[in-house]
Design a protein around this ligand. Structure first.
Ligand SMILES: [Zn+2]
Length: 71
């Protein structure tokens, strides 16, 4: 049983021709989640993309969350 129950982890190709590998354990399958960037406490960073939604890919094996902002 994984972190998100019955959901199937899949491979993601962020860069064409190159499957995403976990930063920590180099596993290659992830769960996808939509993440909301919160402005609270981050305004001092002057982030223009604050309030944008990001794609979160959670490693199936170790649970490390990889965040991808819209480009
Ligand atoms: Zn991992």
């Amino acid at each position: 049983m994984g972190l998100f129950g019955r959901e199937e982890a899949t491979e993601y190709e962020i860069i064409p021709g190159q499957n995403l590998r976990c930063e920590i354990c180099h596993h290659g399958r992830f769960y996808s989640r939509e993440g909301k960037i919160q402005t609270t406490g981050m305004t001092f960073l002057d982030l223009d993309w604050a309030n944008a939604s990001a794609t979160c890919l959670v490693c199936e094996k170790c649970g490390y969350v990889h965040w991808f902002l819209p480009t």
